[in-house]
Design a protein around this ligand. Structure first.
Ligand SMILES: Cc1cc2nc3c(=O)[nH]c(=O)nc-3n(C[C@H](O)[C@H](O)[C@H](O)COP(=O)(O)O)c2cc1C
Length: 204
C-alpha cells in the first residue's frame, strides 16, 4: 500500500513539505547579485541544478515573498541579469545559512555571514572567496509560474579552488571536494562524503 497525496489539488505548504523532503539531496546555489547602488546580496537556493553543458546552463528558483514581491536575488537579476553561483562545503555551511536571513533590500548579508568578497571577471557581481566553487553567470530567461520564478542562467566562467579539479583533465577529486546538499526544510542537510561507484552500462 502506498500513501497518496494529490499534489495538483493541494499545491502550497504541504506539497512543499512533502516534495522538498522527498527529492533529496538537493545541491545548494549560494547566489550573489548586486543592486543598482552596488550593494552585494547573497542568498541560498536549493531548488537548483546544472541542466546542460553546451551551452552550460543552470536553473534555480527564488519563490516570491508572501506579499507577492520578488526576493532581492530575483529583483537584482530582473534589473541587471548577472550573478555568481557558489557551491558550499561544510566549512562554509553555517555562513551560507546565515545568508538566508531576511534582511531589508539594500542591506548586504555578506559581512554579517563573514564572507570575503573577491572580484569576478565576466560579471559585476563579486564572488565569495571562501567557497570552493564560484560560477559566473548571466541570465538567459526568468519565468514565473504562480509564486515560483525559474531563473535560467548561462555559466560563463568557473572558479575552482586549487586541488579540487585537475587542470589538465578537469576531473574533480572528491577527496578535496565535499559539497553539502539539502534534505528537508528548514534545517536538514547531507554530506557527500559517503560514496560508491557503479559501472556505466555499455551496448553489449
Ligand atoms: C539551504 C537553503 C536553501 C534555500 N532554497 C530556497 C529556494 O530554492 N527558493 C527560495 O525561494 N528560497 C530558498 N531559501 C530561502 C532563501 O534563501 C531566503 O528566502 C533568502 O532570504 C532570500 O534572500 P534574498 O531576498 O536576499 O534573495 C533557502 C534557504 C536555505 C537556508
Amino acid at each position: 500500500m502506498s500513501l497518496r497525496f494529490d499534489v495538483a489539488a493541494h499545491p502550497g505548504a504541504l506539497a512543499y513539505k512533502l516534495l522538498a523532503g522527498l527529492v533529496v539531496p538537493r545541491p545548494i546555489a549560494l547566489v550573489t547579485t548586486i543592486d543598482a547602488a552596488g550593494v552585494v546580496n547573497a542568498a541560498p537556493f536549493s531548488f537548483f541544478n546544472v541542466m546542460g553543458a553546451e551551452p552550460a546552463i543552470a536553473v534555480f528558483a527564488p519563490a516570491d515573498r508572501d506579499d507577492g514581491t520578488p526576493k532581492d536575488t530575483a529583483a537584482n537579476l530582473l534589473a541587471n541579469g548577472e550573478c555568481v553561483i557558489h557551491l558550499c562545503d561544510e566549512a562554509v555551511a553555517a555562513m551560507m545559512v546565515e545568508c538566508a536571513r531576511p534582511l531589508p533590500p539594500g542591506v548586504s548579508e555578506v559581512p554579517r555571514a563573514g564572507f570575503t568578497l573577491a572580484p569576478s571577471e565576466r560579471v559585476r557581481s563579486p564572488r565569495l572567496a571562501e567557497c570552493p566553487v564560484a560560477l559566473e553567470c548571466r541570465v538567459l530567461d526568468i519565468r514565473k509560474y504562480g509564486e515560483n520564478r525559474l531563473v535560467v542562467v548561462e555559466i560563463l566562467l568557473a572558479h575552482v579552488r586549487e586541488g579540487v579539479a585537475d587542470p589538465s583533465t578537469w576531473k574533480v577529486d572528491y577527496a578535496q571536494y565535499a559539497p553539502i546538499g539539502r534534505l528537508n526544510s528548514p534545517d536538514g542537510y547531507a554530506r557527500t562524503t559517503d560514496r560508491f561507484t557503479l559501472r556505466f552500462p555499455s551496448e553489449d
